[in-house]
Design a protein. Structure first.
Length: 269
């Protein structure tokens, strides 16, 4: 066998070749290949990455490597920072980059290094998520941002960079279900929408807390009219029971929404 190459067999008996390299006492798998020669080339590439300081994370041309971009990032990080991380993470002093692709690079606080070292970052439908305990968890949920929240309405980036996911750069505009922040002529207000057959506007409120409680009231009223949906609930831990009850009682739902619920109730009764 050529250096760095090991012959292996699949369950059906077909042969393939594994490539490995040892660096600083760490045995690193480089992947599987159809030919011995390609596996050897991968071994040579890894050796060049680990020994040639002229190749840096900033000037590495990922398309020129036989190795996958994730492995290139891991090797360069190991060489420069002496920590081997299987996921494509490159560390700096107070933050790290996660290379989802060679061109899609996210910045995280160094405090999140342990989490993203063991949880692979994935993307589907434009949303970032990880698999955690068998569940798909959106990355934005780590910042208290709800699933399917909208950028610009529910959250924003302080420096306008959507790839910068450091905590200091995330502004959670609206942490509540069914609430949309609006602005007209310099005045900020909040509209409440509840999803039944599409989004139904339930009312408009001057403060975020009033809108969050009003959403709960709209969900309760919908259930009373026979809408059998599992509406999420807004929790306002800062409110006492008496304060919550007062806001709940005073929250007025628009007449159009009430009439819509009555019509839906009559259709199903």
């Amino acid at each position: 066998m050529l250096p760095g190459v090991f012959r292996a067999a699949k369950k059906d008996g077909s042969i393939y070749y594994r490539s490995n390299i040892t660096y600083r006492g760490k045995h690193i798998s480089l992947g599987s290949f159809d030919s011995q020669l390609y596996a050897h080339y991968a071994y040579l590439e890894a050796g060049r990455l680990l020994q040639d300081a002229r190749i840096t994370i900033d000037n590495a041309v990922f398309s020129s490597f036989l190795l996958h971009h994730e492995k290139v990032v891991s090797l360069l990080n190991f060489r420069d920072n002496r920590i081997y991380i299987k996921n494509p993470v490159y560390m700096y002093r107070s933050y790290f980059h996660y290379y989802l692709t060679p061109d899609e690079i996210y910045k995280f606080d160094i405090d999140d290094l342990f989490y993203f070292s063991s949880h692979k970052l994935l993307k589907r439908g434009g949303r970032l998520y990880v698999n955690d305990y068998g569940m798909q968890v959106t990355v934005l949920s780590r910042y208290g941002i709800r699933n399917f929240a909208s950028a610009g309405k529910d959250y924003a980036f302080a420096n306008q960079d959507p790839f910068d996911l450091r905590y200091e750069n995330i502004i959670n505009i609206n942490p509540f279900h069914g609430v949309r922040r609006c602005s007209r002529n310099g005045t900020v207000f909040y509209e409440v929408y509840i999803h039944i057959n599409g989004d139904c506007r339930a009312g408009t409120y001057p403060t975020l807390r009033e809108a969050a409680v009003a959403y709960n009231k709209a969900a309760d009223l919908a259930r009373e009219h026979g809408i059998a949906k599992n509406f999420p609930k807004n929790y306002l831990a800062e409110l006492s029971g008496a304060e919550y009850a007062r806001i709940y009682e005073q929250a007025e739902l628009c007449e159009k929404f009430r009439q819509y619920l009555k019509k839906k109730h009559s259709e199903t009764s």
